[in-house]
Design a protein around this ligand. Sequence first.
Ligand SMILES: [Zn+2]
Length: 156
Amino acid sequence: MAWIAAILNAHAGQAQPVAVKGFPRLPHYFSRELLGSARVVVVERVPMPPLTALGLNQFAEFEHADNSGVTYLDTYFVKRDRAHDESLHFHELIHVLQWRTLGPEGFLTAYAAGLEAFGYRDSPLEVMAYDAEAAFRQAAAIFDAEQLVADQLRHA
Ligand SMILES: [Zn+2]
């Protein structure tokens, strides 16, 4: 959490509310409150926590992956080359809701446990985000993403 606080502090000047980006579809899935409070930072490379330096060698692959996005608390980072991809913002906003619902300790505990047991892509919090992102991409029907996360976490 100290590393997260330092990273967010270091990027506070570049962080913008998601609402400022003016994406057309996100407001159909997320509340005005969320899009006004969640923040986005566009970077060349998303900052990953120094897990191996903390002795958590089982997370080396995760730490060194060149991911397109990562979320810490109510702020997420996206790579510049995908900064206009609305689906990526949707995915990271699902993580913002997970952080908010589980709380920082709860999110970190659940995320680490899922990562260790199933790997990045199949960890439960990522499956939730990827499945919701896929539904958003298909755009078959509008749904309440905040309700979806609340329901799925309740049944997790
Ligand atoms: Zn994710």
